[in-house]
Design a protein around this ligand. Structure first.
Ligand code: ADP
Length: 566
């Protein structure tokens, strides 16, 4: 490219030189004459013209003799006829060459034109020479300018494209980052939209997507936590098993009931849970038949309990398609125990009622039959009938009382009870009974003790325990009440007798309904077997505890602890 450029430049230079020389040829005065005169004239002309053209000028005659030169002495210059440019000029009109100068050690552009004029007989040649050094220099400068310009242009272009790229890639980068964050479940990430272009629109769209994702995830999380808390707080155990038999979910209650943690079992096959063979079988059956199965199974691990199992098939993906089975576990041991207790109670009550009724009926029948003529015997019989009906009355009274207390139909009315006077009053009621049996009643306590209680119920407790004490203590014994405060919040009431005591084996059952150590003895003393049961319930209604210690032949001690303030 540079050579074309250089050639063009040289061509233009040559053309310019031609034009200048044509001007010189046209405007100059041409002379002929003797050689010395010619050399003088043309040399001075050449020097004058060089000032104007800034190029070396040489005047050459048609025979090749140099008759004037702007830079050199024409006398000393050799014949120029053989010079290429001169030859071409004489032959074709314009001769141009680029060659090293013979006098100067540099490349030169030579252009020569012939001049024909009326004042000269032979045609002359004007030759103009210009050093290529300048041309080369100016081309070098030009090249430098060009390269510099190009570099500047390149830098400028680079800067602009960088800015454009930055404008494009930075927001795209940011969008990519946000998209990645959203993928990693950070739904709060948002794109900062600054420009109103396509990229800005993309950012807005991504933000809208993130908004809706955030809302939906929030909703899902809420649902999940609701479901979780429902499952966690359910009293029934829940186990979800998919169609392949894999355990999907297990709540806290199920963990307790089955004795396995969800971490151990979730994700495994139900057979792997080393549970009862029966349970695995029922699950398999439910998966196979897709029917609701209800069953009660006794479990011995982690503890003995009766579990009611409900296996409900669940459909998941589509209607009629089995998603698995939901196993609902309910511990029915307590319910069954209660049921058993209730039926036992009914049986007991019937039995207890039957005895006096049978007696009443029997004696009444005998009397009605008129078999007894003896007034004494009749009296005895009637007395028995009276006593038995009295017992019946007490029994029914106690049963009603107990059921009233158990069902908590009658609320307690709490008030501060001053224990000193309370015990005195209670003793007064029991005094005659104790005196009859020759039993002493003692009370030991600091004065001024109070307890917040339902006074009537508290009296019922004391009456029951004290009359038991009197009943089961032989003549000459004593029954004492000792009251103190074991700590600031509680009051302790100890009822201690010197009676027959309770055998060790009977101690744990003593508070059960109708439980009596010695049936005959209890009956003869008019007991119903419900007294301690009622006492225990009443103490518990006061949020207190009752315990018993006893040694056969030494006596029994009942210890009640009640909170001072309810
Ligand atoms: P009962 O009406 O038969 O007294 P309770 O429920 O009051 O019924 O007592 C249950 C049984 O506990 C009594 O039958 C008796 O065998 C025994 N018992 C209760 N208190 C005493 C005591 N202070 N000394 C010995 N045995 C007692």
């Amino acid at each position: 490219m540079m050579t074309t450029f250089k050639n063009n430049h040289i061509n233009a230079l040559e053309d310019n030189m031609v034009r200048q020389m044509q001007l010189i040829a046209a405007k100059m005065e041409w002379r002929s004459g003797d050689i010395e005169g010619l050399i003088n004239y043309y040399t001075s002309e050449a020097k004058e013209l060089k000032k104007l053209t800034d190029a070396r000028l040489t005047f050459i005659r048609s025979d090749g003799v140099v008759i004037g030169d702007s830079d050199y002495d024409a006398h000393e210059m050799d014949n120029h006829l053989e010079r290429e440019e001169v030859q071409v000029a004489l032959a074709n009109g314009i001769g141009r060459t680029v060659r090293p100068s013979e006098t100067m050690d540099q490349r030169m552009v030579y252009v020569a034109i012939p001049v024909a004029n009326a004042s000269i007989t032979e045609p002359h040649v004007i030759r103009m020479a210009m050093s290529l050094v300048e041309v080369d220099q100016s081309i070098g400068r030009l090249t430098m300018v060009l390269i510099g310009g190009l570099i500047l242009l390149f830098l400028f272009a680079a800067l602009i494209s960088y800015r454009i790229a930055l404008g494009l890639t930075r927001p795209l980068d940011q969008i990519t980052k946000v998209a990645k964050k959203i993928k990693n479940m950070d739904y709060r990430a948002r794109v900062k939209v600054t420009k109103q272009n396509e990229i800005g629109e993309l950012g807005v769209a991504i933000n809208a997507m993130a908004d809706s994702l955030e809302i939906q995830m929030e909703r899902i999380k809420q649902n999940e936590s609701q479901l979780e808390s429902v499952l966690a707080n359910m009293i029934n155990g829940i186990v979800m098993i998919d169609a392949k038999g894999q355990i999907l979910l297990m709540n806290r209650r199920a963990e307790e009931v089955l004795g396995f943690s969800a971490r151990e079992l979730v994700g495994r096959h139900f057979v792997e849970a080393k549970q009862q063979y029966e349970l695995a079988q029922i699950i398999q059956e439910s998966l196979d038949t897709r029917r609701h199965i209800r069953e009660e199974i006794m479990f011995y691990f982690p503890e003995e309990r009766l579990l009611e199992l409900n296996l409900v098939p669940i459909s998941q993906s589509g209607p009629g398609e089995l998603g698995g089975v939901l196993l609902v576990l309910q511990d029915v041991s307590a319910i069954r125990r209660l049921e058993r207790m209730r039926s036992e109670f009914v049986a007991n009550v019937s039995h207890e009622l039957k005895t006096p009724i049978t007696a009443v009926k029997g004696f009444a029948e005998t009397l009605l039959g008129g078999a007894v003529k003896d007034e004494e015997t009749t009296r005895t019989f009637l007395q028995i009938i009276y006593d038995e009906s009295e017992r019946l009355n007490r029994l029914i009274g106690d049963i009603l009382e107990l059921s009233k207390i158990e069902s908590r139909r009658v609320p307690l009315i709490f008030s501060p009870v001053e224990l000193d006077s309370f015990i005195s009053k209670t003793f007064r009621v029991l005094e005659s009974e104790a005196n009859q049996k020759g039993i002493q009643l003692h009370c030991k306590m600091e004065p001024g003790l109070f307890v917040e209680a339902d006074e009537d119920r508290l009296r019922q407790i004391m009456m029951n325990l004290l009359s038991n004490g009197i009943n089961y203590t032989p003549e000459g014994g004593s029954v004492s009440v000792i009251i103190d405060e074991p700590d600031n919040d509680h009051i302790r009431i100890v009822i201690k007798d010197t009676g027959i005591g309770i055998p060790k084996k009977d101690l744990p059952r003593i508070f059960e309904r109708f439980y009596r150590v010695d049936k005959a003895r209890s009956r003869s003393s008019g007991g119903t077997g419900l007294g301690l049961s009622i006492v225990k319930h009443l103490v518990e209604l006061h949020k207190g505890t009752i315990s018993v210690e006893s040694n056969a032949e030494v006596g029994s001690t009942f210890i009640i602890e009640l909170p001072i303030i309810q």
